[in-house]
Design a binder for this molecule. Structure first.
Ligand SMILES: Cc1cc2nc3c(=O)[nH]c(=O)nc-3n(C[C@H](O)[C@H](O)[C@H](O)COP(=O)(O)OP(=O)(O)OC[C@H]3O[C@@H](n4cnc5c(N)ncnc54)[C@H](O)[C@@H]3O)c2cc1C
Length: 240
C-alpha cells in the first residue's frame, strides 16, 4: 500500500482522483485491511493545513482526539476526552470518528454545535451539512460552527460488552433575532437524535417543548438524563 501525504488541497484532490482511500489514525481500518487486504493507495490529511485547524469555531479532520482542548466548546472537549483509551485518543482523528466509526462519540457534540462540514471531492472543496456528510461520506477536511453561549456533554458509564452507552449533548445558542435556542442531541444505542427548541422561557416550559419532540419518545431512564443535562445547561445559560 502506498500511503500518500499531500501537503495542500490540490495535492489531496489529486490523491482522491487517483483512487486513494482516506485514512486517519488507522485505529479502525488496520484490522479490516489485514483481514480483507490493503488498498493500493491511502491518503492521510495530516500534512494538509486546512485539516489541522483547531481554534475558535473550527476543528480539522486530521486533528488527533487528544489534542482537542479548551479552544473548542466544552461539549466537544468532553466528547473527545471520553473516547476509548489514551492510546486510542493519541492516534485516532476527528475525521475517522465522525465519518468512519459507528460509535461516533463526537457526533452528538457536532450536532448541538450545528456544525457544517468542509469536505473535499475530486471536483474540489465544498461545504455541506452533517446529514449529507454521514450519508455520502466524502473526505472531511474540517468542521465549523458558531460559538454557543454554553454547552454540556454526558456519556453514561458503559457496561462492558453491553450496548453503546447513552450520550447526551446540549448547547444554548443566541439567534440572529436576539433570542436563544437549545439544541439537544442523544445517542441511544447506535441511533442519533437531534432536536432544537427556543429557550427564552423558564426551564419547565423548555422541557415541555422538548418532550413534544422525538426526545420525548426515548426510554424513561434516558429522558431523565436529558432532563438533568438540559436543566444544568439552562442554569448556566441564565448566568450569561
Ligand atoms: C479500544 C477502542 C475504543 C474505542 N472507543 C470509542 C468510544 O468510546 N467512542 C467512539 O466514538 N469511538 C471509539 N472508538 C473508535 C475510535 O473513535 C475510532 O477508532 C476512531 O475514531 C477512528 O479514527 P481513525 O482516525 O483511527 O480512523 P481510521 O481507522 O483511519 O479510519 C476509519 C474510517 O474513517 C474513514 N476516514 C478517516 N478519516 C476520514 C476523513 N477525514 N474523511 C472521511 N473519512 C475518513 C476511513 O476511510 C475509514 O473508513 C474506539 C476504538 C478503539 C480501538
Amino acid at each position: 500500500m502506498l500511503l500518500r501525504l499531500p501537503t495542500s488541497l490540490s495535492e489531496a484532490q489529486e490523491c482522491l482522483t487517483e483512487g486513494a482511500i482516506p485514512v486517519g489514525g488507522a485505529t479502525l481500518v488496520w484490522a479490516a485491511w489485514q483481514r480483507d487486504g490493503f488498498p493500493e493507495q491511502a491518503v492521510s490529511l495530516r500534512e494538509v493545513p486546512q485539516a489541522n485547524v483547531l481554534g475558535a469555531g473550527e476543528v480539522g479532520a486530521a486533528v488527533l482526539l487528544h489534542r482537542i482542548d479548551e479552544r473548542v466548546p466544552e461539549v466537544l472537549r468532553l466528547a473527545a476526552s471520553g473516547i476509548g483509551t489514551g492510546a486510542v485518543r493519541r492516534t485516532a482523528t476527528v475525521g475517522g470518528n465522525i465519518v468512519g466509526s459507528t460509535l461516533r462519540c463526537l457526533l452528538p457534540a457536532a450536532l448541538v454545535l450545528n456544525a457544517r462540514a468542509q469536505v473535499l471531492a475530486a471536483e474540489g472543496p465544498f461545504e455541506t451539512d452533517l446529514a449529507e456528510l454521514l450519508a455520502k461520506k466524502p473526505l472531511l477536511l474540517s468542521l465549523h460552527w458558531d460559538e454557543p453561549l454554553v454547552s454540556g456533554y454526558l456519556k453514561v458509564s458503559e457496561a462492558p460488552g453491553g450496548p453503546p452507552p447513552l450520550v447526551v449533548a446540549t448547547a444554548v445558542h443566541s439567534t440572529e433575532e436576539g433570542g436563544r435556542v437549545l439544541r439537544v442531541a442523544v445517542r441511544d444505542g447506535y441511533e442519533f437524535l437531534s432536536e432544537s427548541v427556543p429557550c427564552d422561557t423558564d426551564a419547565e416550559s423548555v422541557l415541555d417543548a422538548l418532550s413534544g419532540t422525538a426526545i420525548g419518545a426515548l426510554p424513561a431512564e434516558a429522558r431523565e438524563v436529558v432532563r438533568e443535562q438540559v436543566a444544568s445547561v439552562l442554569e448556566r445559560a441564565a448566568e450569561r
